[in-house]
Design a protein around this ligand. Structure first.
Ligand code: HEC
Length: 603
């Protein structure tokens, strides 16, 4: 008993060491009962604790991306610890989530432990739980021994290849063996729990409202992804949605994570830019600070009309991946690799592409798609993905750049497909073999994906052939433990060309990327600058105005790589890293799209 009293005072102190005292560490919770989502039967914590060695209480949501990435891991932990007498509960305290949403979540994620519904966040208040997914470990007497994250693998916007700290496991092990939990309080990433009462009651009268300003801003900057069937994990289509997610919106806007856009606004004007201006950010924050006033719904804008199905119109040809790919619910250790998946048959006849759209089958897991055409006659082994990648890079191209020329289109969440103006087209040669480069991010549910590409062929005479150029360096070696290793690549255009877009491509160690223009007798100019490259968003920056650059101009791509332990995405800071197509290897490619204004097109 004495030992326990001593131990108790210790835990309380550890809590206080973090600055704020963090109840309820070391406190005994009064009993509570909650209904289970699937069965509606009542669960009591005291009853569970009294015959368990430890109780794990998990505050969970159904739409929070970090939360969902952890679900397979929680099921795994439950499998291991249930056998050893540890009880697991999930609790949902989000005001906006419906019973049917919760049942669907339990079914879809194949949750093995009960999920309880906490109306009005009463139990969340008792735990002072703030986020999903937040874990608590209680001992057999319902005394709270641990609160915090599950481990450090996933955070908002960060996916490590594997965790370096297993806080929840360590806490459960300690409690089971009657030992002190070393780190009894850890910080949780994820989404704020949405309680029904406003976070703050507005002391100042509201100056902005959802109906007048915020709805319009969300329509313009968020709904391309945050609507049903699109890439984002929840919708932002009405007042209820916006209010429910307001605290998460505050964080994502303040931290510049949303809307995803990585180009520096100081260099280049891009037609697909979606970053928020300083005023727009301020508008969101003021609205949230004022308690998310709804305003008069009669001022709401007309809902935006979104095209269902193909955005390019009805394709002349739809080409699917040869076979569906099974995406596991969670990434294996080291991350889920890029997949290179062939289309069914080679292209049957020569054609000019007027519009092209890659359409993911399972938007929730498809992070991006690049569609390439392997040149006719290039040999490869269709059963070997490495051989397929090599084939993309092979063959005779104009000015021998098979890779740049092979890229037909890309899909990135929220971006529009390529519809070329009349007279402009990409060439597709008979006998080409299409390949889908698939970047999947497992999101907690196993799915089958068979993505497609739709093509509309040019019906009008083609004046300009659109081409790609990959400005790349394959010779680099990034030393271990370096935080800004520079790598350069350059290309001199031998003719006048008109530039249309830029896309940097690196992998997990990519840190920054710049496209620099050197013209004869002119100072250098930065065409596009990506100071914080994010591997998860493979963006193309499309120039608002196409840019003529004269013959002899050089484009230099300047990249830096972060191979230090500080880069959370880094799978191994001790590795010497060179070129390779897998995510734990690196690439350094600056794609540019252009046309030659003086080229004669022979149909
Ligand atoms: C290009 C697509 C896209 C656009 C545009 C977009 N989002 Fe997102 N959003 C996502 C995706 C995908 C996720 C899931 C997390 C991830 O994969 O990084 C997400 C997650 C979030 C999250 C929760 C997780 C976090 O990172 O905090 C919030 C909040 C959010 N978005 C708010 C917004 C707001 C507000 C806007 C508009 C101002 C917006 N988003 C625009 C795609 C988008």
């Amino acid at each position: 008993m004495l030992a326990r009293a001593f131990f108790l005072s210790l835990v309380v102190n550890v809590g206080i060491m973090f600055g704020e005292p963090t109840p309820p560490i070391g406190t005994k919770l009064r009993d509570w009962k909650l209904p289970e989502v699937a069965t509606q039967s009542e669960w009591s914590i005291a009853a569970k604790a009294s015959n368990a060695k430890a109780v794990v209480v998990l505050f969970l949501g159904t739409e929070c991306p970090v939360n969902n990435q952890y679900v397979p891991k929680l099921i795994e932990l439950h499998k291991i610890y249930a056998k050893q007498g540890v009880a697991f509960f999930g609790i949902n305290s989000n005001d906006h989530e419906s019973e049917s949403q919760l049942s669907e979540f339990v079914r879809e994620k194949k949750l093995t432990f009960p999920l309880l519904r906490d109306v009005n966040a009463k139990v969340a208040d008792r735990f002072q739980a703030k986020r999903t997914p937040e874990a608590f470990v209680l001992d057999g007497e319902s005394i709270v021994r641990y609160r915090g994250r599950i481990d450090d693998q996933f955070e908002r916007g960060v996916q490590r290849a594997f965790p370096t700290k297993n806080d929840l496991r360590d806490a459960i092990d300690a409690v089971m063996s009657g030992k002190e939990v070393q780190n009894s309080v850890t910080e949780v990433s994820g989404c704020p729990i949405n309680r029904s009462q406003p976070r703050k009651t507005a002391s100042t009268p509201s100056t902005v409202s959802y109906s007048t300003e915020v709805s319009r801003l969300i329509q313009a900057k968020c709904q391309s992804c945050h609507r049903a069937g699109e890439a984002a994990p929840f919708t932002l289509m009405n007042y209820r949605d916006a209010k429910a997610w307001s605290e998460a919106i505050r964080e994502s806007v303040q931290e510049d994570r949303m809307p995803p856009w990585n180009a520096d606004p100081l260099h280049g004007k891009f037609s697909n830019a979606r970053n928020l201006s300083t005023e727009e950010k301020k508008l969101f924050l003021t609205w949230i600070d004022q308690g998310c006033p709804e305003g008069d719904p009669s001022h709401l804008p007309q809902p935006k009309q979104y095209v269902k199905g193909w955005r390019i119109g009805t394709p002349d040809q739809i080409i699917s991946m040869r076979e569906p790919i099974k995406i596991p619910s969670a990434s294996p250790k080291g991350g889920y690799p890029y997949r290179y998946v062939l289309a069914g048959n080679p292209i049957q006849e020569d054609g000019w592409i007027q519009a092209i759209e890659a359409r993911p089958d399972q938007r929730g897991v498809v992070h991006h798609i690049l569609v390439y055409a392997i040149k006719p006659g290039v040999p490869f082994n269709p059963k070997n993905e490495e051989s397929i990648v090599n084939a993309i890079h092979a063959g005779e191209g104009p000015d021998s750049d098979p890779l740049g020329d092979a890229l037909l289109c890309s899909y990135v969440p929220g971006d529009l497909p390529s519809i070329f103006p009349d007279g402009f087209a990409k060439k597709l040669k008979k006998g080409s073999q299409l390949v889908f480069e698939m970047h999947y991010t497992p999101n907690g549910t196993e799915v089958l994906d068979q993505s497609r590409v739709g093509i509309i062929f040019s019906k009008k005479p083609v004046k300009h052939q659109l081409r790609g150029r990959s400005i790349l360096n394959t010779e680099f070696l990034i030393p271990p433990l370096t935080s800004a290793h520079p790598v350069e690549a350059r290309y001199r255009f031998k003719k006048d060309v008109v530039l249309l877009s830029f896309s940097p491509h690196m992998h997990l160690r990519g840190k920054s990327f710049q496209f620099l223009l050197t013209q004869p007798n002119q100072p250098n100019e930065i065409l596009a600058n990506v100071p914080k490259y994010d591997f998860n968003w493979q963006m193309t920056y499309e120039l608002a105005k196409p840019r003529l650059i004269p013959k002899g101009s050089v484009i230099t791509c300047k990249a830096t790589f972060d191979n230090s332990a500080k880069n959370p995405h880094n799978p191994n800071p001790l590795a010497l890293v060179g070129w390779g197509d897998q995510t734990w290897e690196e690439m350094m490619i600056g794609f540019v799209e252009y046309y030659d204004p003086n080229e004669e097109i022979k149909e």
